[in-house]
Write a protein that binds this ligand. Structure first.
Ligand code: PGA
Length: 258
């Protein structure tokens, strides 16, 4: 299975001029790692520029969306607007949105449904908040949290194929942190998510769906994560708009995946 690498720019960079410089780095390297897929999710205000810069090298994602196409929602962006612009993916349920904007599981569920019915692919983020010592009770705790998030987020969701949805396992404590999750642990959790998907949808969907890891992915650890068969890609946060780190990361990718 080809790997997906999602770049979540978060609320950076601080100007369009800087965004253009970063897009140049993507433009330079993205062809070198085909057939793996690059999805960039810059802030809304830089989406049009990204569309001008990229032809087919990178797919475009948004960092959020409103859950209706109705007109009276001041400050929001509708699924239809994103679709008409050429956006294909939307990050939904990121831990920063759950924390700062009180996004509930119900809201996340509505956003997932809105994406799917407007032919946008949601990238659903799930993960536990706290890191505890790994033992059998903590594995049970993580499983309970993740299955609950999946149950809520995907309630009533109908998938026609495995490519209608992407799931990212992002332990919240590893997002914006110094250290990522251990490879083995990430692999175990991703297997659990696949098990849940097989029961809720079908084995075929579970086997073929892209399930990614996110949380402090950088030039040092991206290759080990991408080398694991069970992990179908990564979501990169801070490194997306740090020019030095991004270049280092792409150089490694080009050697390993190119
Ligand atoms: P990070 O962010 O790579 O900076 O930890 C990950 C994310 O945006 O989820």
């Amino acid at each position: 299975m080809n790997k997906f690498i999602v770049f979540n720019f978060k609320m950076t960079p601080s100007s369009l001029a800087k965004a253009k410089e970063i897009f140049c780095i993507f433009k330079k390297f993205s062809q070198k790692i085909k057939p793996n897929k690059i999805i960039i999710a810059p802030p809304y205000v830089y989406l049009t520029e990204a569309l001008n810069v990229f032809e087919k090298e990178c797919s475009l994602g948004a960092q959020d969306v409103f859950w209706f196409n109705r007109n009276s929602a001041t400050g929001e962006i509708s699924p239809k607007m994103l679709k008409s612009l050429g956006v294909e993916y939307v990050i939904i349920g990121h831990s920063e949105r759950r924390e700062y904007f009180n996004e509930t599981n119900e809201i996340i569920n509505s956003k997932i449904k809105a994406c799917i019915s407007n032919n946008l692919t949601p990238i659903l983020c799930i993960g536990e908040k706290n890191r505890k010592k790994r033992d059998s009770s903590s594995s049970f705790r993580i499983k309970k949290i993740l299955f609950e998030q999946l149950n809520y987020a995907l309630r009533g969701v109908i998938l026609k194929s495995s490519s209608d949805l992407i799931i990212t396992y992002e332990p919240v404590w590893a997002v914006g942190a110094d250290k990522s999750e251990d490879l083995e642990e990430a692999q175990k959790v991703i297997n659990l998510i696949r098990f849940w998907l097989a029961r809720r949808f079908s084995e075929k969907i579970a086997e073929n769906m892209h399930i990614l890891y996110g949380g402090s992915v950088n030039s040092q650890n991206i290759i080990p994560f991408l080398s694991l068969k069970e992990i179908n890609g990564v979501l990169v946060g801070r490194a997306s708009t740090n020019k030095t780190e991004l270049t280092r990361l792409f150089k490694k990718l080009a050697i390993r995946l190119g």
